[in-house]
Structures are given as C-alpha cells and as structure tokens.
Ligand binder design. Structure first.
Ligand code: FEO
Length: 391
C-alpha cells in the first residue's frame, strides 16, 4: 500500500503499455491516479480508466471495505478519469458522488443519466474528521468541468490533469524517479495537453499563490512531494510564454531537397549560439516536436510541394500546432518544388493562423538546391539566429 500521508493512499493504476494517448505519443506510458482518504469519513478521489477498474477496486479493498466509502470526488469527466465509474458505484454503494455541475452533465452523457451526484456548487467542502476537502472548480484546466480538490490540514492538492505527466513508473513520488525523465515528461504533457489553455491554467496557478501546498497529487504520473515548487515554477514560466535561446526546424522531404535546406538553416541558426532541434516528420511524431516548440523562440517549417500543396505530414503537424496555439514565437517557411510551388505559401498561412509572427523567407527552390542556394539557406538561418538572440 502506498501512502501519501497517514491514512491517505494511492489507489490508482499504472499503464505501462499505452503508447498513444488520443494522438499524443506516450513512449513512457502513463498512470491513472486515484486517492483514498480514510478518516471518520472515507473519501475516494477520482476514478480510473475503464480497463483498470478492477485494479482500483482491489487497491481500495486492500485498505478498507469499499462499502465503507462515503464520498467519491470526480474532479474531471474525461474517460481516463471516469471510466471506472459504474464499477465504483457497484463496489461502493453507499458513496455520494461529488463533482461540478458540468462534470455531472458530462458523466451523464458518457455513462447514463441515472448516475446520482451532488454538485460541489451546493457542497463546496466536506468535513471528513481530522481532515477536510475543499473543492475548487478550475474550468478549462483541462475541460470546462475540471476541478481541483484540496486538503488544507495536509497542505495537499489533488490537481487532476494539471501538473501531470504521462510517465509509468514503479515509484509513485517525484523523488523516486529519474529527474530528467520526469521534467521532460512534465514539459511534453503541458505542451500537448495544456498549452492552448494557458490563460485558464495560468488563472489556476495564480490562485495557488499564497495557498500552502506541500504536496501536489495529479491524476497522471508521479506525486510532487520533494519540491512541488519546482513544477509550480515551471508552470508559471510556461503559462507566461517564457522561452529559451532555442529554435525548432521541422520539415519533411520527398527527395532530400527540403532536408538539405532544413539542415543548412539549422546550421546557420546554431552558428549564432542558439540551441536548434531538427525534426523530420518522417521520423519524429508531432507530439515530440511540439514539446520542443514550447520553450523555443522560433519555429521554422519546411515542406516539399506535393500536388500544388503541403506534404501530408507537414499539413498534419501544422494543423496540430494551430490547435495548440503556441505563444511568443517567430516563425518562417521554406521548401522545394518541381514545377509549380505552393507549399511554402501554405506553410506561411498556417503559421499565421497559429499566431506565430511570420518572418519573410525566400528559401523555396526548384528541384535540388544548388550550392549557392544552400548557402542562401545557411545565411537565412544566420539572420534568424540573430533575431532569436535579440528577442
Ligand atoms: Fe487526463 Fe483531461 O484527462
């Protein structure tokens, strides 16, 4: 049994094998965290994904008879946190479900309107005994229904999706896992899940200022107990759009021409002391690329022209990035074509639609770039590097 505090248990599940989380590549798996507070009253915080329902019930049963659960708190209705609801209702027949009104409505849509639940708008806190639970709606951090729950007596925050990581691990706490992996997964998670919601996530982070928090227990990944300030500080930077001396060059290629240009541009940028990440979309998944975009100052996108338009992998990446709305970036387009161009213009249109400040480029060449054209690409990279350094 894993305890966060005396009488507060982790009763979730680790998903070692998930590799695709609705389009986000999760190479290190994930977890669906659920917590059990055993006091004079017993409260379960969050369900788990449906295939892990029996594991959740088994973990609860190792601590207490599930029939003794008095409350179940549903912080969020997305199925990775609500899928076990029917099994939990069956195993915990005496429990009152508490959730935001929007969460209850969403649960009804997914699982049926016969589910009985009390809106936290009518019951904003619960006295459990020595401990209590305070419910704080946090709309759009991640969905409109999202909520966090706080145990003031333990300075413990159940943050649901916020501060999570898609990271399967044998350790349940931040001090039990590799620190570089942990921060990489926290960053990748923010970039792919929360980046477009920076305003609402920022409001939630701001609201935590002045709230004593010694432990943050999210619904994915490990629990922050060693230094919750570390992830709070990272979120403060991300929601503020803070960037590093970093650029991302992302492209795909048909016969090597756009790749030649990508590498020349990257070398030019790097010559100015900028860290450059180069991603070929034939090798890198868009969710890996977007993790690098988060803290980059510049995003340069290259595409061959195929049938007068974008190469499909580049079109897919641009659509993904447009939805995630990265802030505080400059960008540029480049490419190659055979007889009629079109892709570079289409990249520019998409960069603008993503809210990226467009820097004009003339790096768009017919068939294979000549030596002089490759030099022009390098020089363009140098000029971008200077802009990045000066930003
Ligand atoms: Fe982890 Fe918004 O669900």
């Amino acid at each position: 049994m894993i305890q966060l505090r005396d009488g507060i248990y982790w009763v979730g599940a680790v998903d070692w094998s998930i590799r695709n989380f609705h389009g986000y590549i999760t190479n290190r798996g994930s977890s669906y965290n659920s917590y059990l507070i055993v006091d004079e009253k017993v409260a379960l915080v969050d369900f788990v994904k449906a295939p892990f329902a029996e594991e959740q019930i088994r973990r609860i049963s190792e601590v207490i008879d599930p029939k003794k659960v008095d409350y179940v708190v549903a912080n969020h209705a997305e199925p990775d946190h609500s899928g076990s609801i029917r099994r939990v209702i069956e195993a915990c027949p005496n429990a009152e479900i508490l959730a935001t009104e929007r969460c209850i409505n969403t649960l009804w849509r997914y699982y049926g309107g016969d589910i009985k639940a009390t809106p936290v708008e009518k019951k904003p806190s619960l006295k459990l005994g020595k401990r209590s639970l305070t419910f704080v709606p946090a709309p759009m951090a991640h969905w409109p229904d999202s909520m966090v729950s706080y145990v003031p007596e333990e300075k413990l925050l159940f943050s649901n999706d916020a501060f999570g990581q898609h990271l399967a691990s044998s350790g349940r706490f931040d001090d039990e896992v590799d620190q570089a992996e942990l921060m990489q997964e926290a960053e990748t998670y923010y970039a792919n899940i929360l980046m477009p919601l920076w305003r609402s996530v920022g409001r939630a982070v701001k609201a935590l200022e002045g709230v004593p928090v010694e432990m943050i227990a999210p619904s994915h990944g490990v629990i922050w107990r060693k230094d919750p300030g570390l992830i709070l500080k990272s979120y403060q930077g991300w929601v503020a759009g803070e960037t590093k001396l970093k650029a991302v060059v992302v492209y795909d290629t048909m016969w090597g021409s756009t790749q030649l240009l990508a590498r020349a541009i990257a070398d030019g940028i790097a010559s100015k002391g900028v860290d450059v990440k180069v991603h070929c979309l034939g090798a890198s998944h868009h969710s890996e690329v977007i993790a690098d975009v988060l803290e980059a100052r510049a995003v340069l996108v290259g595409s061959p022209t195929l049938n007068n338009h974008l190469f499909p992998s580049v079109a897919g990446f641009l659509a993904y990035m447009r939805g995630l709305k990265p802030v505080n970036k400059i960008g540029a387009a480049f490419g190659s074509y055979g007889w009629a161009g079109g892709a570079k213009k289409a990249v520019e249109t998409e960069l603008l639609a993503a809210g990226i400040q467009l820097i004009e480029s003339d790096i768009d060449f017919v068939f294979k770039p000549s030596g002089d054209e490759a030099k022009r690409a390098y020089a363009f990279g140098e000029s971008m590097g200077e802009k990045i350094v000066g930003a």
